[in-house]
Design a protein around this ligand. Sequence first.
Ligand SMILES: [Zn+2]
Length: 140
Amino acid sequence: MKKIGRVELTSNSPFAVQSTCMYSAQLLDHFQNPRNTGDLSDPDAAAQIENPACGDVLRLTLKTSGNRVSQAAFKAKGCVPSIACGSALTELVLGKTLDQARGLTREDVIAGVGSLPQASNHAAQLAIDVLNAALNQLKR
Ligand SMILES: [Zn+2]
């Protein structure tokens, strides 16, 4: 059998692929272990937005207590970054006042997933869009 010069696998770990993956470890963690999934029953606000670019659908339900977001849950259908951004979004808004939640930006969502490839910016935008759609249903 002929030996193949320098081609060798550096690791047998099934996770080896992820180290060279375009997504950050934090993003993959949100994707693999999404936080606050589902639909809140009897929410104070519920919004669903579809991104026509790649067909991602993100749904967000919120419950408020006083002037704060007391519960948040999301459902997503779409690419890996969209699901990760939905998960990060729920962590970002939980416990925030409505004004603080209104002040969240795409950059906050990106920071929540560690980093985001340029080509996946739509996922963070979708998260902010669905957040604003939900917040718009709440009185100031
Ligand atoms: Zn997408």
